[in-house]
Write a protein that binds this ligand. Structure first.
Ligand code: F6P
Length: 325
């Protein structure tokens, strides 16, 4: 076991429901191990500015059920440069801290890896992003809540689609990955799911829309991930009108998907990973991410977590085709 006296924690990148539960787990696990814990406010940007505060068990009371991150977060431009990272490392050294837990997505893990590489700060990442696009873990913190939130909206949109015999295009988040789109599409009974991983053409969409009405469907719903090659939901609606004279209503769910109280599943994942992040550091592990796969904790090197691509489940892609017609 490694002796750790002082440890810092920060959240970085897009907020995700369950980040607070993960902070709570890290703080309380570390205190349980006799470690002094410090919260960094405002992600890597806050680190550069020296926003470091001592934390106690009571600092994380009454936050497990809250969305967002009470430590606040940022997408730091300065931290993408060596000078910014040097300043961040200096701040940690001023506080006599050599161990850091970073909760975030791949951009945040790049920053954490660089801190280890350039300044030998021991870092452990916890995957926190609604996109679920991190290799080395079945799920990321926030994904389950985002899927529930989007699904709730889709169920409501279906009522209007059915009442007015309309076609809806619903845009969900996911610039590079279609995990949210695929899961809410299947669970919401979508006729078509457009994910960034597929290259569905406009011609194909036009043909599909004709088959739906021939099959007796009076309304339909397509789920579009924001990163699809055909463009945003609004752009796709315009193209369908211009090319096939098909009128679609558009609903962009946007940042509603990032907020709200985390589901039980996200709170559980966050509690587990927070606990394991501290124990990974105590075991001398560094430059890694803790994840959860096949009901076990996993350790993935930070570069591997963004270099390898987590694929969509091919079986789910097949199932949705069969069920959607
Ligand atoms: O990475 C999470 C995410 O919500 C993506 O799905 C989305 O594309 C992006 O963040 C939006 O980022 P921002 O809130 O900074 O505009």
């Amino acid at each position: 076991m490694q002796k750790i006296k002082r440890l810092a924690i920060l959240t970085s990148g897009g907020d995700a429901p369950g980040m607070n539960a993960a902070i709570r787990a890290v703080v309380r696990t570390a205190i349980d191990e006799g470690i002094y814990v410090f919260g960094v406010y405002g992600g890597f940007e806050g680190l550069i500015e020296g926003e470091v505060m001592p934390m106690s068990r009571r600092s994380v009371s009454n936050i497990i059920q809250k969305g967002g991150t009470f430590l606040k977060t940022s997408r730091s431009e300065a931290f993408q440069h060596k000078a910014g990272r040097k300043r961040g490392a200096d701040v940690l050294k001023e506080w006599d801290i050599n161990d850091l837990v970073v909760i975030g997505g791949d951009g945040s893990f790049h920053g954490a890896h660089a801190l280890y590489d350039e300044h030998q700060i021991n870092v452990v990442g916890i995957p926190g992003t609604i996109d679920n696009d991190i290799y080395g873990t079945d799920l990321t913190i926030g994904y389950d809540t985002a899927v529930h939130t989007a699904l709730d909206s889709i169920d409501k949109i279906r009522d209007t689609a059915a009442s007015h015999d309309r076609i809806f295009l619903v845009e969900v988040m996911g610039r590079h990955a279609g995990f949210i789109a695929l899961e809410v599409g299947i669970c919401g009974g979508a006729e078509e799911i457009l994910v960034p991983e597929s290259d569905t053409s406009l011609e194909y969409l036009g043909e599909m829309i004709k088959t739906w009405s021939k099959a007796g469907k009076t309304s339909s719903l397509m789920v579009v991930a924001e990163g699809h090659k055909l463009g945003s939901a609004n752009e796709i609606a315009t193209k369908l009108k211009e090319n096939f004279n098909v009128g679609c209503h558009v609903c962009v769910l946007g940042h509603t998907q990032r907020g709200g109280s985390p589901t039980a599943s996200d709170r559980l994942l966050a509690s587990r990973l927070g606990y394991h992040a501290v124990h990974a550091l105590l075991k001398g592990k560094t430059d890694i991410m803790v994840g959860w796969s096949n009901n076990h904790v996993t350790y993935t090197s930070l570069p591997e977590s963004w270099e390898k691509k987590k694929p969509l489940d091919p079986e789910l892609l097949k199932i949705y085709r069969i069920l959607s017609t």
